[in-house]
Design a protein around this ligand. Structure first.
Ligand SMILES: CC(C)(COP(=O)(O)OP(=O)(O)OC[C@H]1O[C@@H](n2cnc3c(N)ncnc32)[C@H](O)[C@@H]1OP(=O)(O)O)[C@@H](O)C(=O)NCCC(=O)NCCS
Length: 162
C-alpha cells in the first residue's frame, strides 16, 4: 500500500468534503464552506493522503497565538494567523474502509513533521473520550474537559509540544 501524502488544494474540495461527511456524524462534520476556507487560506496545514489517486484521508487545521480553541468561528478560520505559534487540528479523517490499518498514525507523523517545519510550538486538538488513548499514543497529553459543546458532545482538550 503506497499512501501518497501531499498538501491539499482547492481542486480537492469535493473529495475532502465527501470524506468529512463519510467519517463524522452530521452535527460534527465540517461544512463544505469551512473545508473550502481551510483549503484556500491554510493549505500548508491541510494534508491529504491518496491511494491510487483517490483521497482516503486528510488532516486539516488552523493556526493561532491563542490558547482557547473552543471558538466556533475559528473553524471557519476567523482569527487564523499563518504565523501563529499554535496549530489546531480540526479533523483527522480516514475513509471507513481503510480504518484500523495505521493510516491515521502515518498521517499524524507527517502532520507533526510539517508543524515543526512551520516552527509551531504546540499542536492542539479536541477529541471525545474514546480517542484519548489513540492520541496519547501519538504523543498528546490530556489538558482536561473543554468548554466546547460542539455537536452536543463532551470534548477533551489535548496538546503536544513540539
Ligand atoms: C479516528 C480515526 C482517524 C483513526 O484512524 P485509523 O487510520 O483507523 O487509525 P490507526 O489505524 O492509525 O490507529 C491508531 C491507533 O488508534 C486506535 N484507534 C483507531 N480508531 C479508534 C477508535 N475509533 N476508537 C478507539 N481507538 C481507535 C487503533 O486501535 C490504534 O491503536 P494501536 O496502535 O494500539 O493499534 C478514524 O477512525 C476516523 O476517521 N474516524 C472518524 C473521524 C474521527 O473521529 N476523527 C477523529 C476526531 S478529529
Amino acid at each position: 500500500m503506497e499512501l501518497k501524502i501531499r498538501n491539499g488544494r482547492l481542486e480537492d474540495l469535493e473529495e475532502c468534503f465527501i470524506l468529512e461527511s463519510k467519517t463524522f456524524p452530521e452535527e460534527e462534520a465540517a461544512s463544505k464552506e469551512n473545508v473550502e476556507i481551510r483549503l484556500k487560506k491554510f493549505s500548508e496545514g491541510f494534508i491529504v493522503g491518496e491511494l491510487d489517486g483517490k483521497i482516503i484521508t486528510h488532516i486539516n487545521s488552523g493556526s493561532t497565538n491563542q490558547e482557547d480553541i473552543t471558538d466556533e468561528e475559528f473553524k471557519g478560520l476567523i482569527g487564523h494567523e499563518d504565523g501563529g505559534k499554535n496549530i489546531v487540528i480540526f479533523s483527522v479523517a480516514v475513509d471507513p474502509i481503510h480504518q484500523k490499518k495505521g493510516i491515521a498514525s502515518i498521517m499524524m507523523k507527517e502532520f507533526i513533521k510539517i508543524s515543526k517545519e512551520m516552527n509551531k510550538k504546540k499542536i492542539l486538538l479536541l477529541c471525545k473520550d474514546n480517542l484519548l488513548k489513540m492520541y496519547e499514543k501519538m504523543g498528546y497529553k490530556k489538558i482536561g474537559i473543554s468548554a466546547s459543546t460542539h455537536g452536543g458532545a463532551i470534548w477533551y482538550e489535548m496538546e503536544q509540544s513540539l
